[in-house]
Write a protein that binds this ligand. Structure first.
Ligand code: TXA
Ligand code: MG
Length: 350
C-alpha cells in the first residue's frame, strides 16, 4: 500500500487534505494524525473492520482496546450507556485535552473497538488538526498511538513514517508534539474513580474537580498479581533495545555510579547510552549521552523521553543508564511511570 504523507500546520489547516483524510476514514481506511499527546493511528470507531485493520497495522493483540476520539460534546451520549455526573464535570474541566475517560459503552460501539470489553475509553483531544480531522471523519475515530506495538509512542512524524509507511493510507505530518506522553486514563465505571495511566492531567487536578480519586497500583509498581485494569498495561511497553537501568540517588552519587558502570560495560565491548539533564550531561562518560531536558521544567523531559529512547535504538546502544525523575508534582509521575516500564522496572538506589 502506498502511504500519502501530507504536512499540515496546526495554525493553518489545509481543508482539502483534511477532507481527503476524512473520506479515507469513512471508506474504512486508516490515517495517522497529530494530537497534543502523541500521534494517533485513526480508523472509524463504529466500523469493526476498521478496528481490525488498526490492530493489524500496529501488530497489536486484539484484546487491547482502542480509545475513541470525539470532537464535540454531544457526540459522547450516543456511545455510552450513561454519562455520570463525574464524567460531565471532568469533560467540562479538561476537554478538549489530554484526558481519557472509561465509561460503560452503548451498542453503537462494536466489541472489536473495545477489545471485547463492555466499557469504552473516550477522549476529546485539543489539537486543532485532530479536532478538524475527527469532524471530517464522521465524529468517531478509534486511535491508539501510531507506533508498532512495543515501541515508544511517536512524538515526531518521522517515527510515524518509520513505523507505518506502507501499512496505512495517509499520515498527517503535524511536526513535533506538545506534551509527548499519552493521555491520563481515568476509569469511571467503578465505585471510586481510578487512574489507570498517569499523564499531563494529574491526580491533584482531577481531585479538585470530582473529589477522591485512586491510582491503580500497577502505575508505579510491578507485578501486583492482579490482572491490570487497562489491558494495555499487561504488555511489555516502550522498551528500548538496549538494557535500561534507572539509577536513583543524590546527584553526585548518581553521576559517579553511572560513570563507573558505563566504564565497566565499555571495557566489555558494550555501547553505552546515558540519559541525564542539561546540568549533568557534561559530567558523564559514555558512548552516547543525551539530555532529557531541564529537571526544573518537567514538561521538557516528558516531551523528549520517547524520542531519546528511539534514538538509542537507532544508534545501536546496548546498555542504557538513566537518572531517575522522581518528581511527584505535575507530569513527573507520568514520566517515571513510562521510564520504569521502559526499564522493565529495573531501578537501583545508590
Ligand atoms: O494520548 C493518548 O491517549 C493517545 C492519543 C493518540 O490519543 N492514544 C493512546 O492509545 O495512547 P493507546 O491505544 O496506545 O493506549 C490506550 C490504553 C491502552 O493501555 C488500553 O489498554 C487502555 O488505554 N484502554 C482502552 N480502552 C480501555 C477500556 N475500555 N478499559 C480499560 N483500559 C482501556
Ligand atoms: Mg500505545
Amino acid at each position: 500500500m502506498e502511504t500519502k504523507i501530507i504536512p499540515i500546520e496546526e495554525g493553518n489547516i489545509n481543508k482539502a487534505a483534511l477532507k481527503e483524510a476524512g473520506k479515507i476514514i469513512k471508506n474504512g481506511g486508516l490515517v495517522a494524525f497529530p494530537t497534543e499527546t502523541v500521534y494517533g493511528l485513526g480508523g472509524n470507531a463504529l466500523d469493526e473492520a476498521a478496528s481490525g485493520k488498526i490492530y493489524r497495522a500496529k501488530g497489536r493483540p486484539s484484546d487491547n482496546p482502542l480509545i475513541v476520539h470525539i470532537c464535540r460534546m454531544e457526540d459522547l451520549y450516543p456511545i455510552v450507556r450513561e454519562a455520570p455526573e463525574e464524567a460531565m464535570k471532568l469533560a467540562e474541566a479538561f476537554w478538549p485535552g489530554p484526558l481519557t475517560m472509561i465509561l460503560w459503552k452503548s451498542d453503537k460501539i462494536p466489541y472489536t473497538t473495545t477489545g471485547g470489553l463492555n466499557t469504552v475509553a473516550i477522549r476529546m483531544p485539543r489539537h486543532k488538526t485532530a479536532l478538524a480531522f475527527i469532524e471530517e471523519a464522521g465524529g468517531y475515530v478509534a486511535a491508539p498511538s501510531a507506533n508498532i506495538s512495543g515501541k515508544p509512542s511517536p512524538t515526531l512524524a518521522k517515527y510515524v513514517i518509520e513505523d507505518m509507511d506502507g501499512r496505512i493510507d495517509m499520515i498527517l505530518d503535524g511536526g513535533g508534539i506538545e506534551i509527548g506522553l499519552e493521555s491520563t486514563i481515568i476509569d469511571l465505571t467503578e465505585e471510586v474513580p481510578m487512574i489507570l495511566r498517569p499523564g499531563y492531567i494529574t491526580k491533584e487536578m482531577l481531585e479538585k474537580v470530582i473529589g477522591h480519586v485512586e491510582t491503580d497500583e500497577d502505575v508505579l509498581k510491578h507485578g501486583t498479581g492482579q490482572a491490570p485494569k487497562a489491558p494495555g498495561m499487561k504488555y511489555k511497553h516502550y522498551a528500548p533495545k538496549g538494557e535500561l537501568t534507572i539509577i536513583n540517588g543524590s546527584r553526585g552519587r548518581v553521576i559517579e555510579e553511572i560513570n563507573k558502570r558505563s566504564r565497566e560495560m565499555r571495557e566489555k565491548g558494550e555501547k553505552t547510552g546515558i540519559i541525564g539533564t542539561e546540568d549533568t550531561i557534561a559530567f558523564y562518560e559514555g558512548d552516547v549521552i543525551k539530555s532529557a531536558g531541564k529537571r526544573e521544567e518537567e514538561a521538557t523531559i516528558a516531551r523528549a523521553l520517547y524520542r531519546i529512547l528511539r534514538e538509542f535504538d537507532d544508534e545501536g546502544v546496548s546498555v542504557i543508564y538513566s537518572e531517575s525523575f522522581e518528581g511527584t508534582a505535575g507530569i513527573g509521575q507520568a514520566i517515571m511511570n513510562r521510564l520504569l516500564k521502559a526499564a522493565g522496572y529495573h531501578i537501583e538506589t545508590v
